[in-house]
Design a protein. Structure first.
Lengths: 285, 372
């Protein structure tokens, strides 16, 4: 029995050692962030004034920060925020980007030109700018409410997705099977959803995976600038940077969140690259 | 609600420029180009000079600029106005206002302050007043939070700092990225290729403040080779510029590699080799040009990313650039500072995109049509 394209792709992915390593590391980090704080009853905000700035030890594996808070707890709970923001904002941008790109590519012509011109323009904008302004709009919602972050980051990240989906849909639109379905009187909506979009699924997956790290980076920028809404890796890194001084080194406050952030981002990129190579061996996109 | 509909209408109008016929695009584009130049020069050189040079520039543009570029002008100039409007709306939607933190703000005091700084209650009124002030008086207005200073006085010393940092880091990222990418593309699937792509992947992955803080600890605190932070000497520029450059360099390296691989399979490269040209000449003279295309088109977004990415790097290395004014202004609701920095940033980005278009037309002969 011959293998389906999907099985072939999975086979290629499993042969990519870096992608597998990235995937495993991600699973491990995600598991640790989601479950360990609950299982070990860790409290990221418990301050112990007597135990300030403790270097890593058997009791505090990662050490404690300037307020005596356990860094293991803080890094794990902060990871929840970073990962959640990454996933949710990516979901927003995938929704917007796929809808926009699919419409532009499907209808083509002048509609496509006008729609893509807007995308090109927004692509050239300093997006941090817009994110900061959008974040300000929501700045009085309760701290810890992360919906504004998802929206703000998602709404500036959808452009690449729109471009790629549009290109794919534009090409698929002219294929015989789509024309055949159109001749049979299939409605536009059904044509797009049932016949065109399933063929773009792989590409969407790849770019969604690659988008997660860039969203996490953006969120960490915001946290670093003091515009974040919750404890995240970005905020922890910025705490670590704040205590850099020439006299005493508190390297552990900076090292752990930086490493977790860095390893997560690198793993996501390895996985995304691996997926791209697997699903699109000729590198068409 | 009317404000939102104005915004939507504006976006629709912008999109409608796609339908503008070629001849009208030429005329309107040249007109807008002349207008902008005239307004800018009026405050720099006086009315007569500005009028003459705007006319000359408009005519020259009309006659000689590629249609591609004029189409961009026709789109970008109205877009700039729309952006200023959108920024105003966003600021006004943000909770709080510039006077909310003043002690003992009675309605009378607030009204007096609003009148003094020119901050009406409605966003549209503010926008109208701001644009009038900008175009007629040629000023970005007084800062609301920094007493007794105008926005241009605040930005003027910061602007060269940001531009120096940004252009240096762009230069670095292009040279580093092209070098790595071209070598990787030429030596495809060798250890060198894999190593440079691994480096590029790490560069794409790490946020610049993580790289920057690591560099700060290693090079400034351990080895004392470079100053920790601040601005003034060339040694101060090194770390911020590199931190800002690395992520872009990594993306450029990937683009250049795939571009190189692509180009080397083209027929004209085979022709060049068949003519017996030395390989180095084929690469430098023929292949590099094609490789540059995707890199150049990335430079527009990259410039935008570099300038705003510098918010973070500027804060980290205490660089007195424009980023700090934007961030401070946004947090303090200093409307005129936010708008002023926004205009400068958007202006720079637009300028850069136009340059990229021109470079593109120069690199790709197929786009060099100056016909109507």
């Amino acid at each position: 029995m011959s293998k389906s394209p999907f099985q072939l792709a999975m086979q290629r992915l499993l042969h990519n050692r870096m992608a597998i390593l990235g995937g495993l590391l991600l699973a491990l980090i995600a598991f640790g962030c989601v479950f360990l704080p609950v299982l070990l009853k860790l409290d990221p905000n418990l301050t112990q004034p007597a135990l300030r700035n403790q270097p890593p030890s058997a009791r505090f594996l990662f050490g404690t920060d300037g307020l005596g808070r356990d860094l293991v707890a803080r890094v794990l709970v902060g990871g929840r925020t970073s990962l959640l923001v990454g996933l949710a904002a990516t979901a927003v941008s995938v929704l917007v980007g796929v809808a926009y790109g699919a419409l532009a590519g499907f209808y083509g012509g002048k509609i496509d030109e006008a729609m893509m011109r807007l995308v090109d323009f927004m692509y050239g904008l300093p997006y941090m700018f817009l994110v900061i302004l959008i974040m300000l709009m929501f700045s009085e919602t309760a701290r810890g409410d992360m919906l504004p972050v998802f929206l703000a980051l998602g709404l500036v990240q959808w452009l690449t997705m729109a471009r790629i989906v549009r290109g794919q849909v534009l090409a698929l639109r002219r294929q015989e099977f789509v024309l055949a379905a159109e001749l049979l009187g299939v409605s536009d909506a059904r044509l797009l959803i049932r016949h065109v979009l399933p063929n773009v699924f792989g590409v969407i997956m790849v770019y969604a995976t690659l988008m997660v790290p860039s969203v996490i980076i953006l969120e960490s920028f915001l946290s670093f600038l003091g515009l974040g809404v919750a404890l995240s890796w970005g905020q922890l890194v910025s705490d670590g940077i704040a205590v850099i001084n020439p006299i005493r080194s508190y390297w552990w406050i900076l090292l752990w969140p930086s490493s977790f952030l860095g390893i997560t981002l690198i793993s996501l990129n390895f996985l995304g690259d691996g997926l791209r190579d697997a699903l699109d061996p000729k590198g068409k996109t | 609600m009317t404000e939102i509909s104005i915004l939507v209408l504006g976006i629709a109008l912008l999109a409608a420029t796609a339908w503008c016929p070629a001849r009208a695009t030429r005329m309107l584009g040249a007109l807008l180009f002349g207008l902008v130049l005239g307004v800018v020069l009026r405050f720099a050189l006086g009315v007569p000079v500005a009028l003459v040079s705007a006319l000359v520039a408009g005519l020259l543009t009309f006659r000689f600029f590629p249609l591609l570029v004029l189409r961009r002008v026709l789109f970008l100039v109205p877009a700039l106005v729309l952006l200023i409007y959108a920024t105003t709306l966003l600021m006004y939607r943000a909770p709080g206002n510039p006077f909310a933190n003043e002690r003992a703000t009675t309605p009378q005091v607030e009204a007096a302050l609003r009148a003094q700084y020119g901050v009406p209650k409605s966003a549209s009124a503010f926008f109208g007043m701001y644009m009038r002030r900008l175009l007629v008086e040629g000023t970005l207005g007084p800062s609301i939070k920094v007493q007794g200073r105008t926005v241009e006085e605040l930005i003027a010393p910061a602007f060269p700092v940001s531009v120096a940092l940004g252009s240096l880091s762009l230069l670095l990222s292009v040279s580093l990225g092209l070098g790595l990418g071209v070598v990787a593309g030429l030596r495809r699937n060798t250890a060198l290729d894999h190593l440079s792509m691994l480096l590029a992947l790490i560069g794409v992955s790490l946020p610049n403040f993580v790289l920057g803080s690591a560099a700060m600890i290693v090079f400034a605190l351990w080895f004392h080779w470079l100053p920790v932070a601040g601005w003034g000497t060339l040694r101060h520029v090194v770390m911020p510029a590199v931190a800002l450059a690395l992520p872009n360099a990594a993306i450029i390296a990937r683009l250049a590699r795939s571009g190189m691989i692509d180009v080397l399979q083209q027929d004209y490269i085979r022709t060049a080799r068949a003519k017996g040209l030395p390989e180095s000449w084929v690469v430098v003279r023929h292949a590099l040009r094609g490789t540059l295309m995707p890199v150049v088109s990335f430079l527009g977004p990259a410039a935008a990313a570099t300038m705003t990415g510098s918010f973070v790097v500027e804060v980290l290395f205490a660089v007195p650039g424009m980023g700090q004014w934007f961030v401070k202004g946004a947090i303090n609701r200093d409307y005129s500072v936010v708008l002023g920095t926004a205009i400068v940033y958007f202006g720079l980005v637009i300028l850069f995109n136009l340059l990229v278009d021109l470079a593109y037309a120069w690199l790709d002969p197929r786009l060099r049509s100056s016909g109507p």
